[in-house]
Design a protein around this ligand. Sequence first.
Ligand SMILES: [Zn+2]
Length: 378
Amino acid sequence: MTTAEDNFGSLRLWLRDGVDVYISPDNVAHVVFLSTRKRLRLKVSPSLISSLEWLDGSATVSELEEKFSEDTHASSLVDFLYYLYGKGVLVEKDWMMDGISPECASRFSRQLNFFLDIEESTGAALELLRRFMECKVALIGIGSVGSWILKELVQIGFQRFVLIDPKPLTSGDRVRNALFDHALVGLPKAVVADRFIQGQAVNPETWVRTLPLDIYTDVESLIGSDVDLIINTADEPYIGATSIKLSRYCVKKGTPLLVAGGFDAHLASLSEMIVPGRTPCSDCYAMHFEEALSDWKPMSHPVTDRLMGFGGLPSLSVFAASAAVLKIVRLFSEKGGGVERGRGEFLFDNYAIDSFKVERNPKCPACGEAMPLELNDI
Ligand SMILES: [Zn+2]
């Protein structure tokens, strides 16, 4: 036994909800995590598999070992149970109470079970929730995509925000903004968002900023110097300009940046997660598209005032927001998968997700091998 197993014999484990066990004709046990569809295949003796039926939380592991002692596979029982405990298949009854309040355990119980599927240990699942609660997020743009991102982040435990959107909530936002409230029409969206967080988060901590992010804005004076994640959905002057400005700042600071939504052509986008040193930055993306579209010459449009001409559906905004939040969960997760490099989008006609890879560009002026830009160039 290792030190990690020292008190294992005293644990009262049970086979938790959300995991089904099937036995195939070749006596292989298939452990299926229902929420993630992950599977474990275990080739063990039928009697060990049947021992799972005893795991209702009433007996300690040592007591089960005693009960199992007549069986020829008895020596494997503790190893078998320890393996399943390490995979999050077996848990202690009150594992969610370990370090968080009963209110938090009750509020986040379903997602903690989901995190257990991803992270494969109760400690890591709780740690993922703690990371959310401690993370300080700067959200720039609280419109049709940004408002849904914020709502979902608060629902999964985020509570520390810098909220940036000076534009007032309008009656037209009723069909697209997750935080719409008739009584708040006319207030800056950052203020509307703050009211929402104060009513929903466990321990809300917000900084409301009713200034725009434009080309003249100093990023750090706008968002502060201690932000852990920046989310950009700002469409003015346009998402490409604000993202390049923020991305250059993030590359210098080593802060992750998520670019989502922005305008209607990006409605069904799966967003871009930019992690300095690991993924392409916004300059890399811009260079990629410049090269890929170099033979395409844009035709000037005969109508100049086209501001209301884009199509959209609230469902597409919510889809883009949910996809973005899932990327954030993956970013903070230990075993949730790597941060992908590229872009994807939902294609309505095909009912499919299309995606393509983009790599870091060695010639990138911000994150490439050449002399990087200085912070005061940003
Ligand atoms: Zn780059």
